[in-house]
Design a protein. Structure first.
Length: 285
């Protein structure tokens, strides 16, 4: 059986690195031949999606168990689909962890142990949490200067109840300020009513029967999308639809068996990049 261990250096003298996607090395231990191979992590410096890319690499190498400190929801989903056991909570010297494993003193986990983007630098992360049932949810609590804070497009993007609840300015408020969101993200600015809909060219219009006093002016001043936009490499896309489920702004649709991004709806939040199991989506612009 082949075991992968996240490590801070490429030898048995290494210590377990708690980061699955951003550890410096992976140690591949073959329990039958008692051999070990050290491989540098090629995904350690990615801006996003390191965990899911690393998980796919370990699957491709035929790993049957992964020993690490923490495992996020996206990577765990890849491992679970491939029938790979995840042994989280490991720490200390690699040699000691392997000895303990031989003695049957370590058990695999049944779900992710940390929220998404846990291993990312703080300024690139987003506000997520894992609920008590082991599922992932997004919360937009906390202030921030992002698009979801009553500024620009984020103000008019609420498709929930007009108060920021639902699909309004939730997750992503904070350091990154991407304004993505499923969750309970009350924006700092005044939210638009539920019957605001996207018009051509990225502007926003409202039902003339409903307004917030100056709401029509605010809608006309809404800026079109700026900054990075998601892009799909059709040659790598499998058409699985995971990115459609992850996109908080419904900017992705399927066509001819692969995903297509609608630039006028894309906020550049990066959720689809992190969710894509094949690495077919990038942020450009």
């Amino acid at each position: 059986m082949l075991i992968a261990i996240t490590a801070d250096q490429g030898s048995l003298e290494a210590r377990v690195d708690p980061r699955l996607g951003r550890c410096p090395y992976y140690l591949f231990f073959d329990t039958e031949g008692e051999t070990i191979e050290a491989v540098p992590n090629p995904h350690a410096d990615l801006n996003g999606g390191a965990g899911i890319q690393a998980a796919q690499m370990l699957v491709d190498r035929g790993v049957r168990q992964v020993m690490t400190g923490q495992c996020g929801p996206n990577a765990y989903q890849v491992f679970a689909a491939a029938g790979i056991d995840v042994i989280a909570g490991c720490s200390g010297p690699v040699r000691e962890i392997l000895d303990k494993h031989r003695g049957g003193g370590i058990e695999s986990v049944k779900g992710p142990t940390v929220p998404g983007h846990h291993g990312m630098p703080l300024e690139l992360g987003s506000v997520n949490a894992v609920d008590s049932s082991g599922g992932l949810f997004s919360g937009g609590g906390g202030g921030g200067m992002g698009r979801g804070a009553g500024m620009g497009r984020g103000q008019g993007q609420g498709r929930g109840l007009g108060t920021g609840m639902g699909r309004g300015g939730g997750r992503g408020m904070g350091m990154r300020g991407a304004g993505k969101g499923r969750g309970m993200g009350g924006g700092v600015g005044q939210a638009m009513p539920p019957n605001f809909q996207a018009a051509g060219g990225g502007a926003w219009k409202s039902d003339p029967q409903v307004g917030l006093g100056g709401g029509r002016a605010a809608a006309s001043e809404s800026a079109s999308t700026t900054g990075p936009v998601a892009w799909v490499d059709a040659s790598r896309c499998r058409g699985c639809g995971v990115c459609m489920d992850a996109c908080p702004s419904d900017a992705i649709r399927m066509s001819n068996g692969h995903a297509i991004v609608q630039p006028d709806l894309c906020t550049g939040c990066g959720a689809c990049v992190d969710a894509c199991p094949t690495g077919a989506i990038q942020l450009r612009g």
